[in-house]
Design a protein around this ligand. Sequence first.
Ligand SMILES: Nc1ncnc2c1ncn2[C@@H]1O[C@H](COP(=O)(O)OP(=O)(O)OP(=O)(O)O)[C@@H](O)[C@H]1O
Ligand SMILES: [Mg+2]
Length: 364
Amino acid sequence: MYIKALHLKNYRNYSDYCVDLKEGLNLVIGENAIGKTNLLESIYFLENGRSHRTSNYQELIKWKDGFSTIKASIRRMERDLLVEAKILKAGGKQIMVNGVVQKNLRGKIRPVCTVIFTPDHLKIVKDVPECRRSYIDEILEKIKANYSYWRQQYVKILRQRNVLLKNVHIGRMKGDIIDYWDKQIIGVGARIIFARKSIIEKLEETAKEAYKKITDTDSTLLLRYENQLLLEGDSVESLERRYAKELEKKRGVEIERGQTVIGPHRDDLGLYVKGVDIRTFGSQGEQRSTALALKLAEFSAMTDSIKEQPILLLDDVMSELDETRRRALMSSINNGTQTIITSTNIEYFGESDVSMANIIRIGQ
Ligand SMILES: Nc1ncnc2c1ncn2[C@@H]1O[C@H](COP(=O)(O)OP(=O)(O)OP(=O)(O)O)[C@@H](O)[C@H]1O
Ligand SMILES: [Mg+2]
């Protein structure tokens, strides 16, 4: 899939901007604050109906304007699609494909599919476990039917269970009310655990290779699903039994704290190179390479899932890498993938990349 042309109206710093893109490599070059990230953000919006930077969509409308539109003509599965987004200052946003409003952007079916990497994605590696859980969950929501429903259900059940635990703690309710909620949380929690386990195993296959390539070493990146309950070789039944036993054991502690202390909301993704935990002990370079390897693995998982290549959006990735890693990254990107890379400096790219790329200079 690839975007042939993009038209932004009143979007962030753009009043009226049209740009042609090509199937392979596109380099978006321009000074700081010229609108490079805004351009990638608009493409991300067409896929997700939200920004990757802010949850307030009205920020995307050019200051003092009342609305904003993003239009993209897309070539996908040998068909031409017109994907449009409209954002209103008065409130409201919609995405249309060939004039038809898309009601639900969650789940597998999206008008366009992207994998985005920005310097902020370093937080997947460095930050708190919640960032890694969200990263895994967002991939699963795109590739696994019903995952987003399970995720929402889990959040609801967890919230309810915690309220009840607090009520039991202050003596407003009896402890046996929790039994029903144990069954609920185990049913949904076990599905989430198995889904996370399988995607992490899948990501590891590609991330390992990508990490070696990017770092130009034979160091192996290991991805470990860190969950309190799951054991090697577990079936759904054996996991559910253990889950129930553990909840029973922890009931006293949970009532005391008014909080559910075990379950997938406590999961983490372990990232190790040569036995060293990259999350806490990795150098800046190792952490960056790990984040990039994860993103390239995500790209590969998405390709398998949708049976075509998503669009790869790389924001300002070059300035963070040394010369060797820049070359290695470029060589790990497939020529046929529509890749849009922003940079302030075209010299970060090798001659052969520049000669075959579509160069888009913003602000000139
Ligand atoms: N709603 C808006 N209306 C008008 N301008 C905006 C709006 N939102 C952001 N901007 C402006 O857009 C400009 C470009 O932002 P952007 O983040 O795309 O820059 P960039 O080219 O990626 O820069 P850098 O190289 O520093 O990352 C910023 O100066 C910002 O003030
Ligand atoms: Mg930027």
